[in-house]
Design a protein around this ligand. Structure first.
Ligand SMILES: NC(=O)c1ccc[n+]([C@@H]2O[C@H](COP(=O)([O-])OP(=O)(O)OC[C@H]3O[C@@H](n4cnc5c(N)ncnc54)[C@H](O)[C@@H]3O)[C@@H](O)[C@H]2O)c1
Length: 386
């Protein structure tokens, strides 16, 4: 079957915009992909970043600092947008209204109110495929943990812990960027940066907390700017959310950690699900392994460890014994989006949906309120969707 080409425009050519370009450039890595991305247009207010695309992506024919010009380009079928959070509510609705298929970066609006603006645009334009970025669940070990949970064989759930831990902000001399400025990143702070990553699989499994409490940590309140002057660093550093999940007539606790200061963790995403019959764990610290335990009454309690290697959701040329990494997870996420664009089912695990993004806003909004008030707060899902 001929591989379909889908022409993309990229708005925001920074860290994540270039990750997409890299994935697209090595699309030959994937076996039997029904569609491939071709980046034809780029937009950034920083022309040096667009020059990088001009140099490395020969298919680019449009470079513009105005995203409206990119959206008016009829050669653009689909858009990837990776811009600071404060711009999501301005740009995402215009992408949606332009009728382009769209993968938008999380958190899909920097707060609940701005997420609602995006949701309203989606309700008015339901035809295009729209998804929210979240790549870590595409690690093979994460997929195994999720499959086990989906199988129903884990018995009653005791606890779920989902974490995304960074550590570079432990350095008080790290130069501030927009991710540490509340007016640009949003008042969720670290939760807005990392929350979709930890909630993607729980929400996909139907684990929707009904109430949350949260401990919010603020340790570094000033940082140097690019000129060396100390300026306010006012976003939350770390958040630990304890959620209560009603599930099949009982309840279990779910702990969500979104930390920007976790000593020693460069980008550690993990998921631990403990059940009465089976338990499972995966962390990107050991990217090729997953762990699980089977238990029967009176039996031994023995955790097993398996090297999975490169057993990806979307088949690739890499040998199964080799390691899977961040750039692979990004490419698998894109493979899921392209698979759906070509009419497929994303091999059973599609990218995060706008509804899941909206639900995650409901949870983070409650968590922020809980952390500030030091009280348990109910999650209002109805208020999060239009
Ligand atoms: N999925 C992930 O793992 C992951 C990781 C990091 C960031 N992100 C998300 O990606 C998004 C961008 O983050 P980043 O790390 O790439 O940031 P970045 O600062 O590296 O890139 C953002 C880019 O947007 C550009 N920009 C700003 N205003 C613009 C405008 N009006 N029009 C066009 N371009 C504009 C900036 O010049 C910059 O190049 C955020 O939503 C963030 O949460 C996701």
């Amino acid at each position: 079957m001929a591989q379909k080409s889908i022409r993309f425009g990229v708005i925001g050519c920074g860290l994540m915009g270039r990750e997409f370009a890299s994935s697209a450039a090595r699309w030959l890595h994937l076996n039997d992909a029904p569609a491939r991305p071709e980046i034809v247009a780029v937009c950034d207010t920083d022309t040096r970043l667009m020059d990088w695309f001009g140099e490395h992506v020969p298919s680019v024919t449009q470079k513009t600092a105005d995203y409206r010009e990119l959206l008016a380009n009829r050669d653009v079928d689909a858009v990837y947008c990776a811009v600071p959070h404060v711009l999501h509510a301005e740009i995402y609705p215009q992408i949606i209204a332009a009728g382009k298929h769209f993968l938008g970066e999380k958190p899909f609006g920097m707060d609940l109110e701005q997420n609602r603006i995006i949701q309203t645009a989606l309700d008015a334009n339901p035809d295009a495929l729209v998804r929210c970025s979240s790549e870590m669940p595409f690690f093979p070990g994460a997929q195994r943990v999720m499959e086990l949970a989906r199988s129903g064989e884990m018995g009653e759930i005791l606890e779920v812990e989902a974490s995304f831990l960074h550590s570079s902000d432990i350095d008080p001399n790290k130069v501030i960027n927009w991710k540490r400025i509340e007016t640009i990143n949003g008042n969720y702070g670290c939760m807005g940066d990392l929350g979709m990553h930890v909630l993607h699989i729980p929400l996909r499994l139907g684990w929707r907390p009904d109430q949350v409490s949260a401990s919010l940590v603020k340790r570094v309140s000033q940082r140097p700017n690019a000129q060396g002057d100390m300026v306010a660093c006012n976003t939350w550093d770390n958040a630990t959310i304890t959620a209560n999940v009603p599930h099949k007539g009982y309840e279990f606790p779910m702990v969500l950690k979104t930390w920007r200061i976790s000593p020693g963790d460069s980008n550690s995403w993990s998921l631990r699900i403990l059940g009465m019959k089976k338990s499972a764990f995966f962390s990107t610290k050991n990217p090729r392994q997953w762990q699980w335990m089977n238990y029967e009454s009176g039996g031994d309690q023995v955790w097993q460890v398996q090297d999975l290697g490169y057993q990806s959701l979307f088949p690739a040329i890499t040998g199964g014994i080799f390691e899977f990494g961040f750039a692979d997870a990004i490419q698998q996420m894109w493979a899921a989006f392209l698979h759906e664009l070509a009419g497929g089912n994303a091999n059973g695990f599609h990218c995060a949906t706008p509804q899941e993004a909206s639900d995650h806003h409901a949870i983070l909004t409650a968590a922020l309120q809980a952390g500030l008030s030091r009280q348990t707060v109910r999650v209002d899902y109805a208020g999060a969707t239009s």
